[in-house]
Design a protein around this ligand. Structure first.
Ligand SMILES: *Cc1c(COP(=O)(O)O)cnc(C)c1O
Length: 443
């Protein structure tokens, strides 16, 4: 079969592909979604999540000392959960809708260290690697104080090792910042669409930035080849990392605590809907996996991708996962959503998400800017464009058959839009985003 015949046969099998290929916003509901108790044979477990949480706790004294913005939380890297009823009103007004239940924002745009969701996965993976090196070298046991990581001796030790990562931006920022702080030699391989301010910030923090013509997958490829050619080098592989995934998954324990603290029940009569912006699928996949483990079947996770980068959608819908790219379907993978411009999904995360994700919807770039401006006007919260993608979730899922088919009561639902980044965006850039949104809103 030629590629064209192959594509035609997929379109025949999955009619939604026609709209996907013509870049129309779509909602896809996952026919392979499994109940928590039916999920077996996954390459990660609840026990792995608990171990990951313990690693974060061991490093907390170090993080509190090295990153003063984490000191108040005693070195625990976490973001607030905020109810955004003003935004709910704005959404209802602007989209002529009636959202049932409450709307919250999970503010990973405020996460310390990296200012984005990558502070979960990226920082975790580097800490995990550093701990292993130190233990293997006989410098540390897990019972000792991790404040030692601030010492000159440890920094000198890590300076013999290098770390590499390929990134469109935010992952590079998180890996670059934490690696340089620990004393590693760190190189960030960036694709051509990476923002100048991200490159500047990384260089200022002590990372080496290697600019690479081409898209995200090519940057990863180049980074992997160059890094692995060196001895004593470690490559953070966004396309297949278990550690990134586990770092993200820990968010579920924290969110459960926040829901408990706010007296928000999650059960069959009080469903929880979580809308997660999706690039390679590691961050949303790790969080969805964690939430299913911790909160069970009353949590319904949806991913969101730009209409121009529906990589995980195509991968899960066809079941081909990382074997297909959006470019195979003639889709250009060009979007203003930093972190979402991904043409091919993570192989590791996709195999898990195909069981945990309720569905995926796609969103046009214009909507990202509109939502950014609506959120700023109603709540005075400023996030980056990709971080807003989840806010259309309550409307998009309501318009689908999901609640009816699964007999889910919506009046008592809690909706969480996962805001994935923004804190480090320079004010000038943010002004530009805001005004673009204003223009699209017609104001
Ligand atoms: C990386 C990123 C995502 C998505 O994470 P993936 O692991 O690539 O799916 C979403 N939003 C922002 C702002 C990001 O930087």
């Amino acid at each position: 079969m030629t590629m064209q015949q192959q594509l035609n046969s997929w379109v025949a099998k999955y009619p939604l592909l026609e709209n996907i290929v013509s870049l129309k916003p779509v909602v896809w509901l996952n026919p392979k979604l499994q109940k928590k108790n039916d999920m077996s044979g996954l390459p990660v477990s609840f026990a792995d999540m608990k171990e990951a949480e313990l690693l974060w706790q061991r490093f907390a004294p170090y993080l509190a000392a090295e990153f003063p913005e984490t000191a108040a939380a005693k070195g625990i890297v976490e973001s607030p959960l905020r109810e955004i009823s003003g935004m709910k009103q704005q959404l209802n007004d602007h989209y002529d809708a009636k959202i049932e239940g409450k709307l919250f924002l999970k503010c990973d745009n405020e996460l310390p260290i990296a200012g984005s969701i990558k502070a979960r996965g990226g920082v975790y993976e580097v800490l995990h690697h550093a701990e292993k090196l130190a233990i293997d070298a006989g410098m540390l046991t897990t019972e000792q104080s991790y404040e030692q990581f601030s010492s000159d001796g440890f920094k000198h030790f890590f300076s013999r090792y290098s770390i590499g990562v390929g990134s469109t931006g935010n992952l590079g920022l998180s890996i670059g910042i934490i690696s340089a702080k620990l004393g590693f030699q760190v190189s960030v391989y960036m694709s051509s669409d990476a923002k100048q301010w991200k490159k500047d910030l990384l260089r200022e923090k002590g990372a080496t930035v290697v600019e690479f013509e081409g898209d995200f997958s090519e940057a990863i490829w180049a980074g992997r080849e160059t890094t692995l050619a060196k001895s004593d080098a470690y490559f953070v592989d966004d396309e297949k990392s278990k550690h990134l995934f586990l770092g993200y998954s820990v968010a579920a324990f924290r969110l459960k605590q926040q829901l408990d603290d706010a007296d928000i029940p999650v059960d069959a009569n009080h469903p929880l809907f979580v809308y997660l912006p999706c690039g390679v699928g590691g961050a949303p996949g790790g969080i969805a996996f964690g939430l299913k483990q911790v909160l069970g079947d009353a949590v319904h996770c949806f991913f969101v991708e730009p209409t121009h980068s529906p990589a995980v959608l195509i991968g899960l819908m066809t079941g081909e996962k990382e074997k297909l790219s959006v470019q195979d379907f003639g889709i250009d993978n060009v979007t203003e959503g930093d972190g979402l411009a991904v043409g091919r999904p993570s192989s590791f995360a996709s195999g898990i998400s195909e069981k945990t994700v309720s569905g995926i919807y796609t969103i046009e770039d214009q909507e990202l800017f509109k939502l950014l401006t609506l959120l700023a006007d109603s709540e005075a919260i400023f996030v980056e464009p990709s971080a807003t993608a989840g806010l259309l979730g309550p409307l998009r899922i309501k318009a689908s058959s999901y609640a009816e088919t699964n007999q889910i009561p919506m009046a008592t639902a809690t909706h969480i839009g996962w805001s994935t980044g923004g804190a480090l965006v320079p004010e000038e850039e943010m002004d530009g985003f805001y005004h673009r949104g204003k223009t699209y809103l017609g104001g």
